[in-house]
Design a protein around this ligand. Sequence first.
Ligand code: C2E
Ligand code: CA
Ligand code: CA
Ligand code: CA
Length: 281
Amino acid sequence: AKDLGKNRFMVFENRMHEQLLTRLDQENRLREAVHRGELRLHLQPVFAVQEGRVVGAEALVRWQDPFRGLQQPGSFIPLAEETGMIIEIDRWILLEACRTLRHWQVESPWTAPAWVSVNLSAAHLDLPDLTDHVAYALATTGLSPQCLVLELTETVMMRDVAVTSARLQELRELGVRIAIDDFGTGYSSLGYLRDIPVDVLKLDRSFITGLVGNGRQQELVSAIVQLGHTLGLRVVAEGVEDADELNLLTVMGCKFVQGYHLGRPEPAHQLYERLTTPALH
Ligand code: C2E
Ligand code: CA
Ligand code: CA
Ligand code: CA
């Protein structure tokens, strides 16, 4: 009971802090967060349906705010994007993700995931040194390029096609793969699949939610999976939350799945421990 009281007081104190923070404070503190080492790398496993094991992991940023505790990206990524701080944040995550996977591969080659995927905001495509930076991250960590996937949302495809495809082609020439994130939500024409070089489609969670019992939605998802395969792309279904969804996707021939049913995002070392300690699965 004593602990409960203490927790309640902390919740109260945290709320007060939140209210006292102006946007400017937040902006400054986010700016410092990178330098103070307050960002955290979380990883969510990606499963290969047929092999029934973890083959990849998605890097998702968290902010260990000393005042408010662990912050989800929804609470600071929008501000980071508005202010351009997202570039630095994404670059930090990229480096940390490459370093982590490389470390696992050395320590535990049989259980390490084959790839790690990293989210990049659209703003990166305006920077001429994007490819150099990715090359630097690979060189400095020793991770091989085939082990890195860069995720860009579909809205990126609505930008200048010539610039976008040139940048993505440069990246692919390094040997890294490109994924379209949140596929199906960008309200963009499918024409970009013809013009823009990509390797992976990540089918947005909104297509998976409500899949069970909705025949029309099942036809749609099944058609998208086939479209991806016909184009030689890898298709990953996001947001798989239960066994029924997983079974449907398996029947549809979807080979890769990600979602709470298979594993939530967690601190990198925690995922590593689970993967290397089969008894705890
Ligand atoms: P996203 O790239 O689409 O990442 C997937 C999000 O869905 C993650 O939320 C993940 O925790 C959540 N998720 C995974 N499986 C399930 C599920 O079964 N059910 C439900 N309801 N949700 C699930 P998170 O970590 O809060 O990230 C939200 C978004 O923030 C990401 O969406 C991405 O757009 C952005 N983000 C996260 N990390 C980074 C980063 O390092 N850089 C950039 N630029 N954006 C990031
Ligand atoms: Ca993503
Ligand atoms: Ca997504
Ligand atoms: Ca998203």
